[in-house]
Design a protein around this ligand. Sequence first.
Ligand SMILES: [Zn+2]
Length: 214
Amino acid sequence: MSTAEPASARSLGLAGCEACGLVVRLPAADGMDHCPRCGERLHSRRPASIERSWALAITALVLYIPANLLPVMTTNTPLGAVSDTIMQGVVELWSPTSWPLAIVVFVASVTIPLGKLIALAYLLLTVQRGSVQSNGQRVRLYRLLKFIGRWSMLDVFVDTFVVALIQLRPLMWVEPGAGVIFFAGVVVVTMLAVNSFDPRLIWDLPHQERHGHD
Ligand SMILES: [Zn+2]
């Protein structure tokens, strides 16, 4: 990447439609703010991108606490019912035969959701500080966040799979716990937070005005 300052669409008064890709010249005043081809709202940067993204990321972090503290499954046996949080489930799965599954559940349910929030917070902080360093790496991190978002339900799938394995045994059945609802909340709110972040902010230079046309 060259270090010269490239012209951005915004500095030329242009904006790309986020829905159909049409490049449109933005009026100086707020006249046309919809794409003439498809009608999508036009903005050179997503409005209040940083504020929305922070608000959603903090909400996801708050939901992450009950998701991990409340039981995600209750195992019923003739001897009684046992409720497990995610970490208790990981500890119980940890045996000579099922340890790989324990690692998958731990990574998918504990590490990745928290890692995504830390990565997003890093992107938001560097954009707010007006950092111009390692832009390429930060864009790759953003793409990774978007990519992982598509696989966010993997942990739900894994947990369902574990439940199905346990269901096969006689005289034992499993019910989902309240933690699952908070867990789904973490996944959905994190995806919304990542979608609110405008990756074009990474390339904005600190002296450029950040809250431009909306
Ligand atoms: Zn359009």
